[in-house]
Ligand binder design. Structure first.
Ligand code: LMR
Length: 427
């Protein structure tokens, strides 16, 4: 029927289909001149690992948590919440451009903590987003709508995908120093020095915790010092929190966003539920926007709804419904917090074990910084040639910049991994 309405009934459709193999692009060549792009730096490594059939292969590429069996299991709390959500669900009709209001509120409380001053201020608005990536993009689009010439300053280095997510809407990106390879920590003085030279209204992207790709985090005192600078220079902080609970703890990992949202007039916080709820493929996230006054907050959310409508219309519901159930039901929340804590402890144990095994396999290089860093990622600190050799000769997959996902190690393959590193960098 549709075919008839559009002027190609069944007979014509069949005739068109017959002709398809004969098209050589002579008549329509719009797509013919597209350049073939190289694979995404992170997703390309993920695909290469999947294609490798070697039984010893080790996946330290994409940032996903793995258990002792090398699996990324569905968390028990998620399974139970999912069961409840499906049993309660009576419709699949649209939710709303801002998403699930209950989820948004629960996320505000999770990130900022119960009783945070911003919660009752009328200045805070939240929009559900398709993952942390969606939240980052929404935030970037909002900044662009408010200040088309704004420049976003990102750490050197930062998560590879920050660059397209923030700049594809037309914002300019600049870099500030962040990581000190000599200590494996934050080059805090250099960072402050660079930020202190920024013009007012510059946007500064900050990682709340578990810095991706370095694992080097700001200490609480450094967040406080940074707050003074941000206030003095009238900067807009845009905080990415994608690993809450996987570094030092749920409250500790949100120290920066909590402090900034208590003390500053304007803050953007992009949140991901991919890692701490293990909801990767469900694309669950949120953008919190703190404005100076309730009227400005209303305007911001109206803009965000328009932006979302033009990008993807409405966010997917399933992951948000699960998170909402977990965060609002005491038993589920307790179970989730327990599982999250076990994941955090496991990552820290893997860090310690990796340092021990690397020290034995390559005593000339000091890997002690890996145990001091937090979250999923650390740099191995080897060149791209060594990275290629690790991949090609030893089936150990890591990023070109030598980022490893520590959470991808297993107690039974750390030895293999360390020996491979030893062979490549020299014992
Ligand atoms: C990573 O950094 O590996 C993860 O955040 C996954 C991704 O989308 O890049």
């Amino acid at each position: 029927m549709d075919g008839e309405r559009h002027g190609f009934g069944e007979a014509q459709c069949a005739c068109k289909l017959d002709l398809l193999p004969q098209f050589r692009g002579e008549e329509i060549d719009v797509l013919e001149h597209l350049d073939r792009l190289p694979p995404d730096p992170i997703l390309g490594v993920m695909a290469a690992f999947r294609a490798d059939s070697d039984p010893h292969k080790v996946d330290l590429g994409v940032g996903v948590f793995r258990d002792d069996a090398g699996e990324t299991p569905v968390m028990k709390a998620v399974r139970e919440a999912e069961r409840q959500v499906l049993a309660r669900q009576t419709t699949k009709t649209y939710v709303a451009a801002v998403g699930n209001a209950g989820f948004n509120e629960a996320m505000e409380r999770l990130v900022l903590g119960q009783g945070h001053a911003a919660l009752g201020s009328g200045r805070l608005r939240t929009i559900q987003a398709p993952g942390g990536c969606g939240a980052l993009r929404l935030g970037a689009e909002l900044i662009r709508a408010a200040a088309p010439d704004a420049v976003v300053h990102v750490s050197t280095p930062t998560w590879a995908n920050h660059v397209p997510l923030l700049s594809n809407c037309g914002l300019r990106l600049e870099r500030y120093p962040y990581f000190d390879p000599a200590t494996g920590g934050v080059a805090f003085e250099a960072m402050l020095g660079a930020l202190d030279r920024l013009p007012p209204r510059s946007v500064v992207l900050l990682h709340a915790s578990c810095h991706n790709p370095t694992g080097a985090d700001l200490e609480d005192g450094q967040w406080r010092e940074l707050l003074g600078l941000v206030r003095r220079r009238s900067l807009l902080p845009f905080i990415d929190i994608a690993y809450q609970g996987l570094g030092r703890g749920l409250a500790e990992d949100a120290y920066g966003p909590r402090l900034f949202c208590a003390e500053l007039p304007e803050v953007l916080v992009a949140v991901s539920c991919s890692k701490n709820f293990g909801l990767y493929r469900e694309r669950t996230g949120a953008l919190h926007v703190l404005s100076a006054a309730p009227a400005a907050a209303d305007a911001a959310v109206s803009q965000l709804m328009r932006i979302a409508r033009g990008l993807y219309s409405m966010p997917p519901d399933h992951g948000a419904a699960i998170v909402h159930a977990i965060l609002t039901e005491e038993r589920l929340r307790g179970s989730w917090e327990g599982e999250l804590e076990a994941m955090r402890i496991r990552i820290q144990q893997l860090r310690t074990a990796a340092v021990q095994r690397l020290a034995a396999a390559c005593p000339r290089k000091d890997f002690g910084y890996i145990a001091r860093q937090r979250g999923m990622f650390s740099y191995l600190g080897v060149d791209v040639q060594a990275v290629r050799e690790l991949r090609e000769r030893h089936h150990v997959y890591l990023m070109d910049d030598s980022r490893i996902n520590v959470a991808g190690l297993r107690l039974d393959n750390i030895g293999y991994f360390a020996e491979a590193v030893g062979k490549v960098v020299g014992a």
